[in-house]
Design a protein around this ligand. Structure first.
Ligand code: G6P
Length: 614
């Protein structure tokens, strides 16, 4: 949520900053801005409502020189998305500039105090309050920028990643983080700063992931120093960045989302690499093996997540309960953290998050950890906050996911959770050896089965063509495929803005059936499984009311296909693994409908990839 880029070094900063903003645009894209200190020592700020391209157009004729700068792409929290509220923000005297990701919760109180000292405000943002506070402290206490930032942040309640420029010190960027990520890239007497590593990857593979409450000084000619909020000097820990440029580019696809859908055979193979061994008929997840007893003796597993990751958690509930016989509760992290949940000794909490930074999931993890739960993280972004907070876990290793609507991260999460469920079941003895072997074998075949489904892309595109004017969609599924119905509906509404609801098929009779008419497309996820006959009856109920049925069925299916207006087939699979297959046509259906409606699928309105505010 919001993208931050900074540069100080020997090159002109503007192009580096703009390129970085483009790479980070998936994090937020309602306005953008840049601050540069030029040779004459002027601190210039340019801002524009809209996307990074609008900022480029706005700045086209301006002085863009300077070898130090900070830049921001915004997802509005306080104040409308307009030029005034866009970052960077000047301080009162216009000697400081700040960019900020997060929320200053006590901004109103701080603002009042500053107004009493004569400070005036040009925007409605909480961010401007922070830069004014830094300036106030800097002047009042006659301290340098780093100390002023430190003293100011000690008064702040909330979450932040910030970067500050001071025109009186044109070689220095001061940055800090709390509950919102920041990465520093190290070049030769040049430093890069970003809210994730994507803007850095083409310049260096040496990075430092800042910890919560770190304040970093990046100073040309002097180097890097880190101090904590409580004034303890730290030695920076340099890591190697495991990311390639091709991973963050579209590679010939028109959209990141389509690229990521099509990547799934490879990304799932990567998620299983070194873990699923078909020759030995075995699964090895080191995060599980090191903590076997915690899982085997777990009285209960609580899964916390948001959005698509929550849907992956729901699938895991079916899988863990079936194979490991452990009761599972799946919680929206945002609800869980503010309830007074009862967490007992012996509870295991699994946190699922693509970004590893979702504010609510992170807070839920921190709370459960404090109350003594064992925390297992399933995340994609290496080095992000949730895996660093968890006791153990498993990375999904699908590479950067840039399309805002999650696709490849979801299937990898389901894969990781399935592996975990099978391993717990086997270790506990609740999953028979024969069934375990069948599951391992079938899991290894999933990438090829997805390849087969992707070959039906054209057919799915033609089906999509029929529904670009639909106002509402209903998605139905049962058992393991009920969460897939939820995920299919979420994909469609996220990127095409068509209202869509997911429902357990049998629940349809308790309300949604009232909506069914010839105007209402109903997507039914109906592979061969335990409840197949029941879902056939549900489809009959829809057809009796003239609903239009698009079904996802197992190859060779006759009954459901006969009743349906449109059919997409998947290869046969173990029931617990069918979600990995049935979700693919739903991703493609949503994608094609959105493209045909002219929607911006990679950057849908109002959404952001990484929700680092609650
Ligand atoms: C946002 C994204 C979703 C994602 C959710 C949870 O809403 O747009 O795609 O599922 O956050 O994110 P996480 O990174 O925790 O999986």
């Amino acid at each position: 949520m919001c993208g931050i880029v900074g540069y100080v070094g020997k090159r002109e900063a503007f192009d580096i900053l703009i390129k970085g903003l483009h790479r980070l645009e998936y994090r937020g894209y309602d306005s953008a801005g840049v601050a540069l200190i030029n040779k004459k020592g002027n601190l210039n700020i340019y801002k524009a409502k809209g996307k990074v391209a609008d900022l480029e157009a706005f700045a086209a004729q301006k002085d863009k020189s300077g070898k130090i700068g900070i830049a921001h792409t915004r997802w509005a929290t306080h104040g409308a998305p307009n030029q005034q509220n866009a970052h960077p923000h000047y301080s009162e005297s216009e000697t400081l500039a700040i960019i900020h990701n997060g929320i200053i919760e006590n901004y109103a109180v701080l603002k009042k105090g500053l107004q009493q000292h004569g400070f005036t405000f040009r925007s409605e943002t909480d961010t401007e309050v922070l830069v004014q506070l830094i300036e106030y402290i800097k002047q009042k206490d006659n301290v340098n920028l780093q100390t002023a930032v430190q003293l100011a942040l000690n008064q702040v309640v909330g979450a932040y990643a910030i970067a500050v420029l001071d025109k009186e010190n044109p070689n220095l960027i001061v940055a800090a983080r709390k509950s919102s990520p920041l990465v520093v890239g190290l070049g030769e007497d040049e430093y890069f700063l970003a809210s994730d590593a994507t803007p850095i990857v083409e310049y260096t593979d040496k990075v430092i992931y800042l910890d919560d409450e770190d304040i970093v000084c990046l100073e040309r000619g002097k180097g890097i120093s880190i101090r904590t909020l409580s004034n303890v000097e730290k030695t920076p820990e340099i890591k190697k960045l495991e990311l390639t440029l091709s991973e963050i580019e579209k590679g010939g696809y028109p959209h990141f989302m389509l690229k990521e859908i099509f990547e799934q055979p490879q990304t799932l193979a990567a998620s299983m690499r070194g873990r699923v061994n078909v020759e030995l008929n075995n699964i090895t997840l080191s995060g599980f093996i090191d903590n076997k007893d915690k899982f085997i003796n777990a009285k209960r597993i609580i899964i916390v997540a948001c959005g698509t990751s929550w849907h992956a958690g729901l699938i895991a509930m079916y899988c863990i309960e079936e194979f490991a016989h452990i009761p599972v509760e799946v919680e929206y992290a945002s609800e869980f953290r503010y309830r007074k949940p009862v967490i007992n000794q012996g509870d295991v909490v699994i946190a699922i998050s693509q970004s590893g930074e979702t504010a609510d999931t992170l807070a839920a993890v921190e709370m459960a950890k404090k109350q003594g739960a064992f925390i297992f993280g399933i995340c994609n972004v290496v080095g992000s906050s949730i895996p660093r907070t968890a006791h153990s876990g498993c990375y999904t290793h699908v590479g950067p996911e840039i399309g805002v609507a999650s696709t490849k991260a979801f299937t990898a999460q389901v894969t990781a959770l399935s592996m975990l469920a099978f391993m717990i079941g086997r270790e506990k003895g609740t999953l028979s050896k024969e069934k375990y072997l069948a599951l391992v074998k079938d899991l290894a075949l999933v990438p090829d089965k997805i390849r087969y489904i992707l070959e039906q892309n054209k057919n799915i595109e033609q089906i999509a063509e029929q529904f670009t004017t639909a106002q509402n969609f209903l998605y139905l599924g049962r058992g393991y495929n009920f969460p897939v119905a939820l995920e299919g509906a979420l994909k469609l509404k996220e990127i095409s803005y068509i209202h869509a609801e997911g429902y357990p098929a049998a629940e349809m009779k308790h309300g949604p059936i009232a909506l069914i008419s010839e105007e209402m497309p109903v997507v039914v996820v109906a592979p061969h499984c335990g409840t197949y006959e029941k879902i056939v009856s549900n489809i009959q109920e829809i057809k009796a009311r003239h609903g239009i049925v698009i079904s996802v069925v197992t190859e060779g299916d006759i009954q459901v296909s006969k009743l349906s207006d449109y059919t997409i087939s998947i290869p046969a699979a173990e029931e617990s693994l069918t979600p990995l297959l049935t979700v693919i046509p739903l991703q493609l259906l949503a994608y094609h409908i959105a493209v045909k409606k002219g929607c911006d699928v990679d950057q849908p309105r109002n959404l952001a990839k990484s929700v680092t505010v609650e």
